[in-house]
Design a protein around this ligand. Structure first.
Ligand code: FMN
Length: 387
């Protein structure tokens, strides 16, 4: 699909299929087990209907918002995604540049393809860094030092990676370490020469965020590194320890339960990031939008709340903010665009969502993001279950 025909995030999803081997599109699109949670994220958003208001003066409509004291042009932030390099050699640098140009924030993944230090000069004060609690506390400590040195002011704790997920599409493709793809994958990959070309001529597929002797970790090395460092024992004591070490903002990602949200705030979290990982980890949990109201009530204004999972339209942003989120995050939409056309496509994805959000704000009769509240919901839908 040519770029000019792309007018929606779903167009980017379809277009990305022409640029990626099937095993990579499945890795990107897929979720855990039966993908029930991945689908639920979308279905629950779709089930909410908004209330159109008429004859509202929209001549001064603004989409800017404030997140942890920082002004952004729209309340949409790039969720952390590891190994963006497999979609396009521009990887994190391309997405970070597009995010900054859109007046947004880029969250750098703890499993990123590019080093934090490479992204920091591009993203400036619009960079948040994800941190994981590794088995060796010195590894975690040294990463916090790196973040501080890179000028990061907000850390995002990976709160939902202690257990192991099972993504069956990936298993069918033999996406293990080392990869053992079936013959059919070699054939479909051969039909994507532009991906092979980008891969051979661009950035190597490494986990650039970590290195051995100054060299970025290769995929097989990362596997060994993870086996050594993955920490199923990470718990609230680690979070409390980090709170003591870090005087910047602290956000925790992967919160799906009101009790956990309240605990995180008690432990000093500044932001609660509601996420089920886009359904990629645990397939027996609700859509994020469905748990948002109970978390808003548990947090009771003591921290900001963000949400991701299935955000594909500007009106999805209105729905999440209407139910109490300060801002929303999105993952796959930016990866689809990155795979399709690198940084310019990611910029366009931002523009698409920005324009749709602005349009939806107008239809619900709001001229400021801070005015978006439960009054945006139509009476006909199941929002009455919540408010
Ligand atoms: C390719 C890919 C890689 C991801 N890597 C990470 C990661 O490294 N850390 C993390 O916390 N979440 C990761 N996620 C989850 C996203 O941060 C986010 O929660 C999810 O994509 C939101 O759902 P959406 O894709 O429907 O927007 C990843 C998601 C995708 C699609």
């Amino acid at each position: 699909m040519r770029n000019k025909w792309i007018v929606s995030i779903d167009d980017y999803r379809r277009a990305s299929r022409w640029h990626l081997p099937k095993m990579i599109t499945d890795y990107l699109d897929g979720g855990a087990l039966d993908e029930i949670t991945t689908r639920a994220n979308r279905e629950s958003l779709d089930a909410l209907m908004l209330r159109q208001r008429s004859m509202v003066d929209l001549s001064d409509l603004r989409t800017d918002a404030t997140v942890l004291g920082q002004q952004i042009d729209l309340p949409l932030i790039v969720a952390p995604m590891g190994m963006l390099t497999i979609f396009h050699p521009g990887s994190d640098t391309a997405v970070a540049r597009a995010a900054v140009n859109a007046g947004s924030i880029f969250i750098h993944s703890a499993w990123a393809g590019c080093a934090l230090e490479e992204v920091a000069p591009i993203a400036g004060d619009k960079l948040w860094a994800q941190v994981a609690f590794w088995k060796d506390p010195e590894e975690t400590e040294s990463y916090i030092k790196r973040a501080r040195k890179a000028g990061v002011k907000t850390l995002v704790v990976a709160g939902d990676v202690g257990s192991s997920s099972k993504r069956e599409r990936d298993l069918h493709h033999g996406l293990s370490m080392p990869p053992r793809p079936p013959v059919v994958d070699y054939l479909t990959t051969a039909m994507r020469p532009q991906w092979i070309y980008r891969w051979l001529t661009g950035r190597k597929m490494t986990y650039g965020n970590y290195s051995i002797d100054g060299q970025p970790l290769r995929m097989d090395e990362m596997n060994q590194w993870m086996a050594k460092n993955k920490n199923p024992g990470a718990n609230w004591a680690d979070f409390a320890w980090l709170r003591e070490q870090w005087d910047g903002n602290l956000v925790i990602k992967g919160i799906m339960d009101p009790e956990d949200a309240a605990r995180a705030v008690d432990e000093g979290a500044d932001g609660i990031f509601i996420s089920n990982h886009g359904g990629r980890q645990f397939d027996a949990q609700p859509a994020t939008i469905d748990v948002l109201p109970s978390i808003v009530s548990a947090v009771n204004g003591r921290a900001e709340i963000y949400l991701d999972g299935g955000i594909r339209r500007g009106h999805d942003m209105v729905k999440a903010i209407g139910l109490g989120a300060t801002a929303v995050m999105a993952g796959r939409p930016f990866a689809y665009a990155l795979a399709t056309g690198g940084e310019p496509a990611v910029s366009k994805a931002f523009k698409i969502l920005h324009d749709e959000f602005k349009g939806a704000m107008g239809f619900v009769g709001k001229t400021r993001v801070s005015e978006i509240d439960e009054s945006v919901f139509a009476q006909c839908n199941r929002i009455t279950d919540y408010v």
